[in-house]
Design a protein around this ligand. Structure first.
Ligand code: B12
Length: 213
């Protein structure tokens, strides 16, 4: 039953069937399927297959877009299940997808899981210019700046933001965490970020570690 419902979520997401993804995600939650299972074996699994098909020119931008909309519908249902903290935040994170980049699914999952681990999260959205990150860091009392990039062409915006933070005298005020499919540990080190995480679960652990440094 559990495997069937997760497979149906995955298949519906691949077809971009938002209504079915909504219906099945609700049904899975009602049946007590765990949120990480719904995410990893349903929603993210479907998006990974779409990604592979997109790479092989088996599907194109319109199909990817409708799959992304179905993904957002599923994520919206899962999100409240992460938000059960109700205690004083452990730290504050400013997050955003860097300039030139409109991908937000991974960033939203990272944000959701951080909130679920009692971080306060200020989300700057997508295509975030350096100046906006700087302004938000200046105004907030953030402990961590988390930047997401899904395009090799937008990765350098992370480097630009770190340079600009240095120039503004703010680099020592925040720890910097970077991630997204093309980002690597080596890249993070080369731009002098404080840490890299490959997925949202690791991001939460590393954010907690950063607070201790
Ligand atoms: C969905 C999607 C889109 C959607 C985005 C919708 C949305 N609202 O996000 C749309 C259709 C808009 C789109 C557009 C484009 N896309 Co696109 N897209 C994808 C796709 C299929 C899936 C991405 C995704 O959501 N994955 C699922 C999530 C859960 O995974 P994730 O993002 O990697 O996030 C996880 C980790 O990386 C990490 N993480 C993510 N962010 C962060 C941040 C921090 C701080 C940390 C610690 C961790 C972390 O944690 C997340 C959760 O575990 C990928 C393929 C792929 N394999 O990635 C291509 C892909 C990213 N796109 C690609 C391209 C080329 C484009 C376009 C240029 C296409 C075009 N010709 O117009 C445009 C660019 C638009 C722009 N300026 O941004 C390429 C990029 C190639 C490259 N190396 O640069 C990819 C890799 C596809 C491919 N193989 O060619 N795309």
């Amino acid at each position: 039953m559990k495997d069937k419902i997760l497979k149906d979520i995955k298949d519906s997401l691949m077809r971009g069937d938002r209504e079915n993804v909504t219906k099945l995600t609700k049904a899975a939650l009602d049946a007590g399927v765990s949120v990480p299972e719904i995410l990893n074996n349903g929603l993210i699994a479907g998006m990974e297959i779409i990604g592979a098909k997109f790479k092989n020119n088996e599907v194109f931008i319109p199909e990817v877009l409708i799959a992304a909309k179905a993904m957002h519908a599923g994520l919206a249902l899962v999100e409240p299940h992460f938000l059960k903290c109700g205690i004083k935040p452990v730290g504050k994170v400013v997050i955003g997808t860097v300039k030139g980049d409109l991908h937000d699914i991974g960033k939203n999952i990272v944000s959701m899981m951080l909130k679920g681990s009692c971080f306060e999260v200020e989300d700057c959205g997508i295509d975030v210019p350096t100046e906006k990150f700087i302004e938000t860091i200046r105004k907030s009392n953030a402990d961590i700046l988390a930047m997401s990039s899904l395009l090799t062409t937008s990765m350098n915006s992370m480097k630009d933001t770190i340079k600009a933070l240095k120039a503004a005298g703010l680099r020592d005020k925040v720890k910097i965490m970077v991630g997204g499919a093309p980002v690597t540990q080596e890249f993070a080190e080369s731009i002098e970020a404080d840490c890299y995480a490959k997925d949202a679960a690791v991001a939460v652990d590393k954010a907690k570690e950063l607070l201790k440094r």
